[in-house]
Design a protein. Structure first.
Length: 118
């Protein structure tokens, strides 16, 4: 299984952006997909997740109400819609997969950079 994140870019504060995470390979036993972000010198931060089969997205408090996670199970893509972007949202965003046999996220994409600057 491979994950390919895309959609990052340079935006201004208040702008919106949509990130995508394409999943290739077997989705059998895929349990949860997640988004994380990281800035230099900081720990990787959980952004949100979605149960691949049932939906039910969950979000970090810092993005709740501004970011939305969705997935297309036919196209095998997970999305992260970012609204009302703030300078503190700037980071490399990663998508990750948690399969049922694993205890945590065990497959990671390469990351896509989001820069928020006026």
């Amino acid at each position: 299984v491979q994950l390919q994140a895309s959609g990052g870019g340079l935006v201004q504060p208040g702008d919106s952006l949509r990130l995508s995470c394409a999943i290739s390979g077997s989705r059998r036993s895929l349990y949860v997909m997640g988004w994380f972000r990281q800035t230099p010198g900081k720990e990787r931060e959980f952004v949100g997740s979605v149960n691949w089969a049932g939906g039910d997205p969950k979000y970090a408090e810092s993005v709740k109400g501004r970011f939305t996670i969705s997935r297309d199970r036919v196209a095998n893509v997970m999305y992260l819609q970012l609204h009302g972007l703030r300078p503190e949202d700037a980071a490399v965003y990663f998508c990750a997969a948690h399969f049922r046999m694993a205890t945590d996220y065990n497959i990671w994409g390469q990351g896509t950079l989001v820069t928020v600057s006026s």
